[in-house]
Design a protein around this ligand. Structure first.
Ligand code: E4P
Length: 217
């Protein structure tokens, strides 16, 4: 399973990248706003900076909702860097745009996916990635990880090549459950990635080893 970081914060991207386990980055307009990036020019510059920091796929989201504008915006984003993947919302015009991008060699990540039916449409349209938002599904009282499992089963049975990118991760356990459920990628906040490191027995064991090591120096 690939690890992406879900942020536009350069310090967090650097910290995850320095761990040596980072395969890419996802952003969205809310994440850009959170770090105070405003205006097309500044946003595009920020995408290029991220592309130069991380050797992997970088999702850049369109903010248009009609076919012609999504295509125009996506073409500009894709031209910024070879590693840009155009993130397109799961709406009717978005599905049409994903098909167009797929036919024209531009890679896409279909975002805001909350059902297996939407995941089938994204795959049929030729999306490279499909992003089910598992945390938001859990928040609304459904089971996000179960959706990953369901999409994984469908894609295997049908031979779809779209990669399942589990998004809206809330904690380290989500990452483990998504790995078990067949996600190809997990895009996570830095805190959830670092949470995977933690175990009290590791800390206790290391403290004891270091204490005993002092006995033979
Ligand atoms: C990723 O592509 C999504 O934009 C992101 O994971 C959404 O996460 P949230 O539900 O925490 O906003």
């Amino acid at each position: 399973m690939k690890f992406f970081i879900d942020t536009a914060d350069l310090a967090q991207i650097k910290e995850a990248n320095d761990l040596g386990i980072l395969d890419g980055v996802t952003t969205n307009p809310s994440l850009m706003a959170k770090v105070g990036i405003k205006g097309h020019e500044a946003i595009n510059k920020h995408y290029v900076t991220i592309c130069e920091m991380v050797n992997g796929d970088i999702s850049a989201e369109v903010v248009s909702t009609d076919f012609d504008s999504i295509i125009a915006e996506g073409k500009k984003l894709a031209a910024l860097h070879k590693n840009i993947v155009v993130k397109v919302p799961m709406i009717k015009e978005g599905v049409k745009a994903i098909k167009w991008f797929s036919d024209n060699g531009i890679r896409t990540n279909c975002t805001l996916v909350f059902s297996a039916g939407q995941a089938i449409l994204a795959a049929k349209a030729g999306a490279n990635y499909v992003s089910p938002f598992i945390g938001r599904i859990d928040d609304s009282g459904w089971d996000g990880v179960q959706l990953i499992q369901q999409i994984s089963n469908i894609y295997t049975i049908q031979g779809f090549r779209t990669e399942i990118l589990a998004a809206s991760i809330r904690n380290p356990n989500h990452i483990i459950q998504c790995a078990e459920a067949g996600a190809d990628v997990c895009t996570c906040p830095l805190e959830s990635i670092l949470g995977l490191l933690k175990h009290p027995l590791t800390d206790i064991g290391l403290a004891k080893f270091l204490e005993d090591a002092k006995k033979f120096v």
